[in-house]
Write a protein that binds this ligand. Structure first.
Ligand code: MTE
Ligand code: MO
Length: 415
């Protein structure tokens, strides 16, 4: 794939991040190249996947401010030009408590490469998922201090869009924002790196990465999500992107009502409304042995992996060593890193000679199981049905387990 060059004074992305597979150099998009790099539970900053719509902006923490607009301190100004108080980085760091959360963040485009026919966008395979400790100011504390409305929506805007481009902007229900969202200024105990949102990003624990707005410039509080002409330039990433869309002739702006942030429930609704990608779906990855590995018959090897399910706890992982004919429960380690981090699974396996296809399948606390494969394009199928994941035009949310399997060759003893 041809790679665009970064500015002369910056190293090429693949030199800066040798652990990542670069999908595009500018804007910076890169996924974790090897699953074995994820196995340590926490992903170092230089190994965490990067997903940008615009080139990483140059920022200065000393000058940076976050403004609070909309239903703040009794103000009723609600349009895009609404003004409000601004908060600097010193205030954020020093005047509020700090909270840390370990979050497994997956891009909703992860697994797009497996859609057939192809879905539009970067062809992420399995490496747009990572886990880090994020530390910052609970958004709740800031909203309380500035007397924000208790209910409604918080729309969070990024500062990366070049002049004339749509603002990267996401709308989140107040309940979630007040429960556990953080304005993070540290990643794994270090100041945020430029590509991950320096100096401050939103972190939405358990939800797809697209909700965790980087380079946060403004929080806007309102009764509903900003939509319509008044908000032109702010609605693209909420209403057109990051939704489960089909060629069904419906206009997304006619469907801008959301009853629940539970992505799975939205997909399963009787009246499908182009689900918004909020809470993550159950998914798992085998991290060892590596795909294509050669093993020896009768020698025990460890099979290890990771499973996550957004806000829901992973309750069960099953493993198949024969391409899905038979399954067995596999030991799941305790969630050492809290409710939003993936859990490890592992078992010993003594294989027989031959070709083996290893598959893992996770089930969450709500009984939701990973489907086997992606369905054929069918606008009638808007949810996970018949063990298949719905094909969708932008290729979001794929949590099917079959494409993620690992193939190994086991050689005879003494071969
Ligand atoms: N301002 C802004 N925030 C953003 C994005 C972006 O392009 N601009 N990309 C989003 C998407 S789609 C994902 S998956 C995550 C990726 O976060 P990371 O690059 O730190 O892994 O950031 C989100 N926040
Ligand atoms: Mo994403």
């Amino acid at each position: 794939m041809p790679r665009e060059l970064r500015p002369d004074d910056e190293p090429p992305l693949d030199e800066e991040f040798p652990r990542l597979e670069v999908l595009s150099a500018s804007p910076e998009n890169a996924e974790v190249a090897s699953r074995s790099d994820l196995d340590g539970l926490l992903t170092p900053e230089g190994t965490h996947y990067v997903r940008n719509h615009y080139p990483t902006p140059e920022t200065d923490a000393e000058e940076w401010t976050v403004s609070l607009t909309g239903l703040i301190g009794g103000s009723g100004e609600t349009g895009p030009d609404a003004d409000g108080p601004t908060v600097g980085m010193d205030e954020l760091r020093e005047d509020y408590p700090a909270e840390s959360v370990v979050h497994t963040m997956e891009c909703s485009g992860n697994g797009r490469a497996f859609f057939e026919p192809d879905a539009e966008g970067h062809q992420w395979t399995d490496g747009a998922v990572s886990t880090a400790v994020w530390t910052g100011t609970p958004v709740r504390a800031l909203l309380e201090e500035y007397d924000a409305a208790a209910e409604g929506w918080v729309t969070v805007m990024g500062g990366d869009a070049p002049e004339g481009e749509d603002v990267f902007c996401r709308s989140l229900p107040m309940e979630k924002v007040r429960e556990d969202c953080v304005l993070a200024y540290e990643m794994n105990g270090h100041p945020l790196p430029p590509d991950h949102g320096h100096p401050v990003r939103l972190l939405v624990p358990g939800w797809f990465g697209n909700n965790s707005v980087k380079w946060v410039e403004r929080l806007h509080v309102a009764e509903s999500m900003p939509t319509g002409e008044e908000w032109e330039g702010y609605t693209k990433y909420q209403q057109l992107e990051y939704r489960l869309r089909f060629d069904d002739g419906k206009k997304p702006e006619e469907l801008d009502r959301v009853e629940t942030p539970d992505t799975y429930e939205q997909m399963a609704a009787d009246e499908p409304r182009h689900a918004y990608f909020y809470d993550q779906l159950p998914k798992s990855l085998i991290t060892a042995p590596a795909d294509g590995a050669t093993l020896r018959a009768s020698e025990a090897v460890e099979i290890t992996g990771l499973a996550w399910a957004g806000e829901n706890r992973v309750e069960r992982v099953e493993l198949s060593t024969d391409g899905g004919e038979t399954w067995a429960d596999i030991d799941l380690l305790e969630p050492a890193l809290g409710r939003y981090a993936w859990r490890r699974f592992r078992t010993e396996w003594t294989p027989e000679a031959g070709e083996h296809r290893l598959l893992a399948r996770a089930t969450d606390a709500k009984g939701r199981v990973q489907p086997a494969r992606i369905a054929e394009p069918d606008p009638e199928q808007t949810g996970i049905e018949n063990d298949t994941y719905p094909w969708n035009t932008q290729g979001y949310g794929n949590n099917a387990y079959r494409p993620l399997g690992t193939s190994v060759t086991v050689e005879h003893d003494g071969a």
